[in-house]
Ligand binder design. Sequence first.
Ligand SMILES: O=C(O)C[C@H]1C=CC(=O)O1
Ligand SMILES: [Mn+2]
Length: 375
Amino acid sequence: MHEFAITAVETLLVDLPTIRPHRLSMTTMQGQTLVLVRLRCADGHEGLGEATTIGGLSYGAESPESIKANIDTYLAPLLVGQDARNINAAMARLDKAVKNNTFAKSAIEIALLDAQGKRLGLPLSELLGGRLRDAVPVAWTLASGDTGRDIDEGERMLAERRHNIFKLKIGANSPAADIAHVAAIKRAVGNRASVRVDVNQAWDESTALRAIPALADAGVDLVEQPISRHNFAGQVRLAMRSPLPIMADESIECVADAFQLAQAGAAPVFALKLSKNGGVSRVLKTAAIAEAAGIALYGGTMLEGAVGTLAAAHAFATLSQLTWGTELFGPLLLTEEIFQQPLRYADFQLQLPTAPGLGITLDEERLAYFARDLR
Ligand SMILES: O=C(O)C[C@H]1C=CC(=O)O1
Ligand SMILES: [Mn+2]
């Protein structure tokens, strides 16, 4: 076999408890399942990748189990024997044989990039052309399902200087109840924090038209994905009529989606997610489309653990603008650590590692304890 060949691609499901239930409009998470990839190369380097999603199949079309099965059955055999150093060629090979499956492909590309960074002795952001910042601002999602508990949590985050941007998950309750909930939280934190909402597609256009002005009056700064990704014309109308900026999240499932949204003027802000675009290079293409169209950027998450979070942080650190910051707090939602180094969150930001690749190492014992099939 070739000196730099990919020798094995292993996938692991890792079930971890969360610090509390996390309530979104479409599901309440009682824990998180990380989907990890370990890609081994003939030169001795190993790359880590991640393709974690939210709430089984309630968020998107790929589940943790389907991502694992599709990598094991279809992607891994296409990769073994290929040159690990030519990431573009490896990804093109996958694209030729496998439609969609952007989460699975993203995990593979992250692992290839991690291995390449280790091989060359460069942090991922350097591999991507160089970082423009050493840390990124990080929002926190208040989603306990209880207003008083959310306010207490927000106060704790402010006191610890961990987060001063709060995203509230709404859409599961009536608009009136949601607006009262959001207004109470904004009243409590005042101008010490930016308050944003994520409706996760729960409203129709008429509901959004009525609710968004009330959210604006309550002091909200940004509304994420208020209506269905399928109501394309409605998103364009809403973007024109809304007193608040609207952010597209679920509407972007690939780079072509981003182009169509930009072309139609459907949202003045894009949430960037590696797994929804199909990896690091693809999410940077979506960012380039946004930049060319004057669309502001936000670094999104699928509540990944440290691997997916760091891959995103390295990618977002290379962007010339990141107007709305990031929400790369996934690891902080988990109660258990499976890596040797915890991520560094301080002064409302996540600090980027400087070690080669992603800059993180698995704790093999902890991994063996929590991994579904190793337990
Ligand atoms: O944005 C989403 O839709 C998903 C995710 C990101 C943060 C969070 O709490 O949930
Ligand atoms: Mn969202």
